[in-house]
Design a protein around this ligand. Sequence first.
Ligand code: ATP
Length: 297
Amino acid sequence: LGAFFQPIQQLVQLYNTYQQGQSSIVKLRELLSTRAEVEEAPGAVDLPKVEGEIVFEDVTFGYVPDRPVISEVSLDIRAGETVAFVGPTGAGKSTLAKLVTRFYDPTSGRILIDGRDLRDVRIESLRRQIGVVPQEPFLFAGPLRDNIRFAVPDASDGRVREALRVVGLVDVVERLPDGLDTVVQERGQSLSSGERQLVALARAFLAQPRVLVLDEATSNLDLQSETKIEQALDVLLEGRTAILIAHRLSTAMKADRIVVVDEGRIVEVGAHDQLLAADGKYTQMYAVWTNQAAEAH
Ligand code: ATP
């Protein structure tokens, strides 16, 4: 499911409707910090700067009562570790990521960041420390510069260019007649899916979050964007906790550990080689991926 951030896209539409200069960005930010699905606990405290350990403790969750899509998931993601969630479509990978960013709360069980239950911390202080790169990133009608420094509105052009360099777009942007002032069209439709994800990666790099959640684009990316995303990830994953929802072998292989999700449960966890040796579900996926790669050439 591509709609990792569908609610935000709706907000962005709202934003585009009411857009009135720079102050709208402030309004959008306010909207983003208020969400209907989860309630802030009365005694919620600001989450201090995190190391980035994320623990799922026996987590079960369903969008509707009695229909769990996540069942009894336990997983300890170490601070600084990169894990890749892989598995068939509808397995629950995006849902796990949405639980980490607290778009929903578990029906039972807990999710802890640096030992604190997510429900006990202020949502805004949590989200500020988690960079999310959705499958279909939201871009608003406005200059490319503002789209990239969305989370860091006062970032200098130098820092914006540095972020663009990391994702391999600096030359592309420099060749545009309006450079960083180039106006991105509403919802970024003037950019390809790969370019939108690269812009979102640049945005995440600029924000330097301790935790990164990336929902890899599934649509056919052009080869150039794919290569750029791969190279950007090498830089972006460095020194932070990362959860990659991986649809490509090349992305899964960047992870320290691969977590195979099937029907809402974790069925295998391990490094690529370990999982291949186990000859289970991951091995089957690997066979499909390598066949696809062979057919593409
Ligand atoms: P994909 O690889 O296709 O992105 P996924 O592994 O990320 O799939 P999820 O998007 O987490 O899977 O979906 C898990 C299950 O939850 C699916 O059965 C899906 O139909 C259901 N689901 C996802 N989002 C919602 C929602 N907002 N309301 C109700 N059900 C949902």
